[in-house]
Ligand binder design. Structure first.
Ligand code: SAH
Length: 420
């Protein structure tokens, strides 16, 4: 929910509430004709004001929303652009925004905040530079409001920090083509894929736009590295949080923000079909990956409950629409599970399903999650499977495993923490 439209009412509400309360003290309202509504009105206004103030995170705003916000504050639009670019330079304290007049900085710090995420844990791979972050979330759906010194780690986090209501993960990876980040879109997930760690405790809540933005900004700050690529393949189903995802993508793409090329962004869905159509329309330059994992409805439904709602035929129709509408190649993810979807027959079914479509198959040997009963396949088997697809004209690669010495697989660290 975005509430900047009500923000300008906050100072008015504050003054009015203070006035009503003061008036009541000076001249008890029982003697006035306002006695029935005076006190309740003051408290309603106070609650309204606090509610609004507590909800507005500057990292939640697109550039257009920030412009309207500044206009509502009675400021020129260019101030929005100045503040926006400070935010995406990583500035977290209004006082560091040196081209903003002091009076305005004070006004801003009284009205909004720069939401941040507490870093509860960082795991770093010794072999390939992969870093996994566990970020703490507050209860309400706003980012943690904390001071400027945020290099908080699990080791030095206070009890209060550890009472963070939930946590999400992001993974920083180094590739030949540059640095990439895998971010989470929800705390938990309600899609129920049987082999996945993220879904084990269900969905806690959607992440706000600011919380998604903060994963990128905090990882950039922590690693000191430029991040030029992003995949939304962490915990959660991005299309189950579509509105926030959509605004988040436009913020990252904004040239005064991080200026991330749309072509360097990939969103992965388990196959929420109507949103595939929306995505093709709203973000035609962003890459789309669909988690297929099986080529027949029987097998797919057994692995992924979402298949009971949207069958493979509907997914293929939406995928064809996406490629036709955007001119982009679509990726299919196929997590390989021993004895479940890794036979020659599975490969043949996959070939006939995908033949002729502008697509690529990304084979992922299962990252074993304790308690699921699913086992992984050997790298050799994954490569044989890829070769079968390639021979039939369907391009396929086996995903390179990064961060194998840490809990880099999706949702594993969060799950481990929740069990501690
Ligand atoms: N909800 C999105 C993003 C999920 S995570 C989606 O379903 O696409 C990104 C990919 O990792 C998905 O293809 C997901 O099915 C896969 N995945 C989840 N758990 C896995 C595991 N334990 N091993 C291998 N791949 C896994």
């Amino acid at each position: 929910m975005y509430v900047h439209g009500t923000l300008s009412l906050c100072p008015h509400a504050a003054v009015l509430s203070a006035f009503v309360v003061a008036f009541h003290k000076w001249r008890p309202l029982e003697t006035t004709k306002y006695r029935r509504c005076g006190r309740p009105l003051a408290y309603i206004l106070l609650v309204f004001m606090c509610y609004n103030i507590s909800m507005v995170d500057l990292r939640d705003m697109t550039i257009g929303e920030m412009e309207s916000f500044f206009v509502e504050l009675g400021e020129p639009k260019y101030r929005a652009h100045q503040v926006f670019s400070w935010l995406y330079k990583g500035v977290t304290d209004f006082d560091e925004m040196v081209n903003i007049p002091k009076v305005l900085r004070e006004k801003l710090s009284g009205a909004v905040y720069i939401g941040r995420l507490a870093i509860l844990e960082v795991q770093e791979s010794k072999s390939d530079g992969t870093q996994k972050f566990l970020f703490g979330l507050t209860n309400g759906g706003g980012t943690n409001v904390v001071g400027a010194d945020m290099e908080m780690t699990y080791a030095n986090a206070s009890d209060a920090d550890m009472r963070c209501a939930d946590a999400v993960e992001a993974v920083f990876m180094k590739y030949k083509y540059g640095n990439s980040i895998c971010i989470s879109s929800q705390a938990g997930c309600r899609m129920g894929c049987k082999f996945c760690a993220s879904t084990r405790n269900g969905l806690s809540r959607n992440l706000t736009v600011g919380e998604m933005v903060s994963q990128v900004l905090e990882a950039t700050r922590q690693t000191g590295e430029f991040i030029g690529h992003m995949v939304v393949m962490g915990t959660g189903e991005p299309f189950d949080n579509y509105e926030n995802l959509s605004r988040f993508i436009s913020i990252l793409h904004e040239k005064e923000g991080l200026g991330l090329s749309n072509r360097n962004i990939t969103v992965s869905t388990c196959g929420i079909v109507p949103k595939i159509y929306d995505f093709a329309k709203d973000h035609p330059q962003v890459n789309l990956a669909i988690s297929l994992h099986a080529a027949t409805d029987g097998k797919r439904s057994a692995m992924m409950p979402i298949n009971n709602k949207y069958k493979i035929a509907e997914i293929m129709k939406a995928a064809k629409h996406y490629t036709a509408e955007t001119g982009r190649r679509i990726t299919f993810e196929y997590t390989m599970v021993n004895g479940v979807n890794d036979s020659d027959e599975d490969a043949r079914n996959l070939m006939s399903l995908l033949k002729g479509l502008n697509c690529h198959v990304n084979l992922i040997p299962l990252n074993k999650v304790e308690g699921t009963g699913f086992d992984t396949v050997s790298r050799k088997r994954a490569e044989e499977f890829a070769e079968m697809l390639e021979n039939s004209g369907v391009t396929a690669t086996v995903r390179r495993e990064l961060g194998s010495d840490i809990d880099a697989a999706c949702g594993q660290l969060r799950l481990k923490k929740s069990r501690e």
